[in-house]
Ligand binder design. Structure first.
Ligand code: SF4
Length: 236
């Protein structure tokens, strides 16, 4: 079996088992809870909310991010002007549930400064070339490859695969990765073997997160795993 077949086979099996994940969730204006399957990003507001969520979600479970985003939206702060006017220490308190909140508040402020540097012009940012945009996002202090690519894929509909700790763990256990590959080496593998598609990259990353969270955990639940037949590290 070629690596290409394995990448696609894993995708199909994960999709068949877990079903469509509907990422990225957006906070509902009325119920103030994260809502899936809303077809985001629908414009600047979604772009901004998803970008802030991508910054907040590093090293923490999504439910904690959801709580912070709901709070920001309920307080009328989940837009560039409002967040710019909030002091960093107050912002840190508001996003406390996401952990590393002082650092994350600074990262949000850095992202806002970058956005303001583009005249907060969503249309102009949307029209930028993907490579140039990625380089710019990576130049923002505190935004690394995973966050930049999450913004590109989920907030701006660019066909860029997002690599995270679950991707590394699952595909290393599979034997496709040795475990020592860099972020960009892993991303290149996905770009090479899974034809660029916003929809497929969106779904694949979300499925990997779902599977890593519920099955391929630090102590994996191999007996219930839908891709165990392909995995060299399965625990019988
Ligand atoms: S069989 Fe076990 S180690 Fe392999 S992918 Fe599934 S849960 Fe992870």
């Amino acid at each position: 079996m070629t690596p290409m077949n394995q990448f696609l086979l894993v995708y199909r099996k994960l999709l068949s088992f877990h079903g469509p994940q509907g990422w990225w969730p957006i906070v509902n204006q009325r119920s103030f809870s994260g809502e899936y399957h809303v077809g985001a990003p629908r414009g600047e507001a979604d772009f901004f909310e998803i970008s802030i969520g991508a910054i907040l979600t590093q090293n923490v479970a999504w439910k904690n991010v959801d709580a912070a985003l709901c709070r920001l939206k309920r307080d009328g702060l989940l837009d560039p002007d409002s967040l710019l006017s909030v002091r960093a220490d107050r912002l840190a308190r508001l996003i406390r549930s996401t952990g590393y909140y002082n650092e994350k508040a600074k990262k949000i402020k850095n992202f806002l400064a970058w956005y303001r540097g583009h005249m907060a012009n969503y249309a102009a940012i949307s029209a930028m070339d993907t490579h140039a945009l990625r380089q710019e996002l990576l130049s923002v202090n505190g935004i690394g490859p995973e966050t930049a690519d999450s913004i590109l894929l989920y907030a701006l509909n660019r066909p860029v695969f997002v690599v995270d700790a679950y991707t590394k763990r699952i595909f290393a256990r599979f034997g496709i990765l040795s475990g020592g590959e860099s972020y960009s080496e892993i991303q290149e593998l996905f770009h090479k073997h899974v034809r660029p598609s916003v929809g497929k990259y969106n779904e694949y990353h979300a499925l990997i997160v779902a599977h890593g969270k519920d099955f391929c955990k630090k102590r994996p639940s191999c007996e219930q795993c839908c891709i165990a037949d392909l995995c060299i590290k399965r625990i019988a």
